[in-house]
Design a protein around this ligand. Sequence first.
Ligand SMILES: [Zn+2]
Length: 170
Amino acid sequence: MHNILFKYKKGRRINIFCPECRKEVKYQIENLVENKTVHGLKLEYTTERAYCNDCNEEIYISELHDHNIQKIDDTYREKAGIIKVPKLKEILKQYNTDKRQLSLILCNDEKTLTRYMDGDIPSKSNSKTLKKIKEDYKFIKQLAEKNRHKVTDDAINNLIKDIKSLQQKN
Ligand SMILES: [Zn+2]
């Protein structure tokens, strides 16, 4: 993502197609401060938008669009105290587990973490639980033991073994 953006920012000499001018044009990228209310929270964030040098109309660049969406999402999570995707990845690595297993330990839907990692915003209570899982070995062990019937014996035994070795390290 950052490489692509870097390419566009650096690439002011590269031409892109302007739908207004119906031709390849040079363009500028501008930073704009924008406001939006998401789930009742007022957010302020900076977006990056591309403008045609010839007609000044905004040109849609999907990479920039994705980057801006990500920025809004990050700002929302920051303000609402919702766990972010990199933290979810850290949890999986920390406990050497996968999205499906951790989802089943967390709730009944094995696709939950996949959705969260693809950008769905976790509920406040799931977010709180996930943050706790990250910090509190005793808590994840209890959760794993309570839900052991949902995953294979091997998976749960390995998870508990990993938790124990983390507990010993700390
Ligand atoms: Zn144009």
